[in-house]
Design a protein around this ligand. Structure first.
Ligand SMILES: [Zn+2]
Length: 342
């Protein structure tokens, strides 16, 4: 039997030690290359002028020949106005890439010896860069769809007489939300080449699984005519009109007689629950969409070497604009709207 990919040496192309051994110059060059490409076409973030800048070696900044303004390697990116050395950010990405079930801000703070506040904002900037670069074009071929609830449980009161009926709508947790996941599986051809499971995942937050929500979201994220698998929940009934629907009734079986399963969607939720219960414990509704998308990214890159994931995330950070939600977070700049898909 062949060795599982994650146990092979090819899966380990990066270590946190490697990043820790980098010099400040190495960190600078890496970020510069990932931001402006192999040809390092340095562009001014203020006026867009390419390649005509005077580099001030001692301060590691450029002075633009067009607008006369100066800029650094992180100006105009999600790491703009950074206070820590660039290498610390790279180390954060290395820790974050290796943490396949997510990493809590407290753990990151201890690993990097920074304040919890710093680690919290930093890890959310990484999540934001994943969202900025998320490909949300519609899925096709074999698609699985499912929903799972978070923040639904309420702790019962100590005394029996104080307890409420937790099934009633008025006693539900106001932070209860549903994560809807839609996954596209590898094609028959790709499976012959050894690819397994799902290849692209879209995850979003909705208030609840309902027919109205599915009527609205399915056309946006699934190409008409695709073969869609879902469980027995009646929310998915309207999809029969536009898709080749397959259903599996989980109260009876996990695999229908025609081979239909929802296992890829369940795999996503398996990872999501580990991220929730094992790392973050409490997921605030304001940031739920970011956690859901992080988990989708981790599922889609599950068979990639960790060095690839590290460079991919640093590249995404280098190409993400200054964060509107996280720049100045502890100075009171908070987003007040939840990111709900429907
Ligand atoms: Zn300029």
């Amino acid at each position: 039997m062949s060795l599982h990919f994650l146990l092979t040496a090819e899966a380990r192309t990066l270590s946190v030690l490697q990043v820790a051994r980098m010099s400040d110059d190495d960190a600078f060059s890496l970020f510069k290359r990932l931001r402006w490409g192999e040809r390092e076409e340095v562009a001014c973030p203020h006026c867009g002028l390419v390649h005509r800048h005077y580099f001030i070696q001692t301060r590691k900044i450029w002075k633009c020949a067009g607008c006369r303004d100066t800029f650094s390697v992180t100006s105009g990116t999600i790491f703009a106005s950074h206070k820590l050395p660039l290498k610390t950010y790279l180390a954060a990405v290395a820790l974050y890439s290796n943490a396949v079930k997510g990493i809590s801000a407290l753990q990151l703070a201890r690993d990097l010896d920074v304040q919890h506040k710093t680690a919290f904002v930093l890890s959310h900037k990484l999540r934001e860069s994943l969202m900025v670069h998320q490909d949300d074009s519609p899925l096709s071929g074999e698609v699985e769809i499912d929903g799972a609830y978070v923040n639904g449980s309420i702790r019962p009161e100590n005394k029996k007489e104080d307890r409420v009926d937790r099934r009633l709508a008025e006693n539900q947790n106001p932070d209860k939300r549903c994560i809807l996941v839609i996954r596209e599986n590898h094609t028959e051809e790709e499976r012959k080449d050894g690819f397994k499971g799902a290849k692209r995942t879209l995850a979003m937050v909705i208030e609840k699984e309902s027919q109205g929500v599915m009527r609205k979201l399915a056309p946006l994220y699934i190409v008409p005519g695709s073969r869609v698998s879902a469980d027995e929940a009646d929310a998915y009934d309207p999809l029969h009109a536009k898709y080749d629907m397959r259903r599996v009734n989980h109260s009876v079986e996990y695999k229908a007689d025609d081979g239909t399963t929802n296992n890829q969607a369940e795999s996503y939720f398996s990872r999501f629950r580990r991220l929730q219960i094992g790392q973050h414990h409490k997921l605030g509704v304001m940031h739920l969409a970011a956690y859901a998308n992080e988990c989708a990214y981790r599922e889609d890159t599950r068979r990639k070497p960790n060095g690839f994931i590290f460079l991919d995330i640093v590249g995404k950070c280098a190409k993400s604009p200054v964060s509107r939600n996280w720049c100045g977070y502890w100075q009171g700049n908070h987003r007040h709207l939840e990111l709900l898909a429907a």
